[in-house]
Design a protein around this ligand. Structure first.
Ligand code: HPA
Length: 274
């Protein structure tokens, strides 16, 4: 992130601090396409639209709103991103990373991130939930490109990107709830076009189990900012070329809607222990 980017995070965090009083969020919840409804369950909710914050851009993706919601969820003080910034909308990586640094400055120590993704692993099915254990990001800028601020690693380690203790929390939560949980590697594609069948075959050969257009830049920034990370993909469709059918956004949003109850239970149970 550039120095100007850090300055934006500082200004946004100061503006939020003025509104929040002594409320310190414990966790940041980042909700993917069609999954933003969880923000409506926040108690004592204080919504803050992104465009009310200095330095913040406005999210434009379908199925996304553009605001933070502060309050209590699953017994935790949370900061929910209802709507996020994707590179394919035209945002720079600085902007994609901005909320993570803002959350860290407000005192959050963990990020729980969700996304809608395509299933690359042919053993998986639409509707499955995948715990993200690792990622692949071979293309696109890093959110960390640019001068590094004091107190942050210039070359942050990514070995334990997805916090091992939180992987255990997720497995135990799924077990306790009787929810089948897939696990795998999420591969980032910048989009906005869906992948080609050849790209999906390449992704599979590289070790990807799911593909999507979000999450990885945010995870990298979150780790750089010192947050623990837990991530889930809701597999909405088989990735390009697997079923022989064209991909559509309607299919993705329908699958996200159908999986709502199960996905919510799992996310809330994990959040309680993040
Ligand atoms: N590819 C990329 N992003 C996605 C997909 C996909 O198949 N499904 C949902 N988001």
């Amino acid at each position: 992130m550039t120095a100007a980017g850090f300055d934006r995070a500082d200004r946004a965090a100061s503006a939020l601090r003025a509104r929040l009083g002594d409320f310190v969020p414990e966790a940041l919840l980042v909700l993917g396409s069609g999954l933003g409804y969880l923000a409506d369950e926040v108690k004592d909710a204080l919504p803050v639209p992104y465009d009310a914050l200095p330095g913040f851009p406005v999210s434009t993706a379908p199925g996304h709103m553009g605001r933070f919601v502060f309050g209590e969820l699953a017994g935790r003080r949370v900061m929910v991103m209802q709507g996020r910034f994707h590179g394919y909308e035209g945002y720079g990586m600085d902007e994609v990373a901005l909320p993570l640094y803002t959350a860290a400055r407000l005192g959050a120590s963990a990020m729980l991130v969700t996304n809608a993704a395509g299933a690359v692993n042919t053993v998986f099915s639409p509707g499955d939930i995948m715990l993200i254990t690792d990622h692949l990001k071979l293309f696109g800028d890093s959110p960390l490109r640019g001068p590094n601020p004091p107190g942050h690693d210039r070359f942050p380690d990514m070995t334990f990107c997805y916090t091992p203790a939180l992987l255990t929390v997720a497995r135990q939560a799924a077990d306790a709830l009787g929810i089948p949980l897939r696990e795998g590697v999420y591969m980032y594609f910048p989009g906005p076009q869906y992948e080609t069948p050849a790209e999906i075959r390449a992704a599979r050969a590289l070790g990807a189990d799911a593909v999507g257009m979000s999450t990885v830049p945010e995870v990298i920034a979150a780790r750089h900012a010192g947050l623990d990370v837990l991530g889930f993909s809701l597999l909405c469709n088989m990735a390009a070329g697997v079923s022989g059918q064209p991909l559509s956004e309607g299919e993705v949003l329908d699958a996200a809607a159908a999986a709502r109850p199960v996905f919510s239970r799992l996310v809330l149970r994990c959040l309680a222990q993040v």
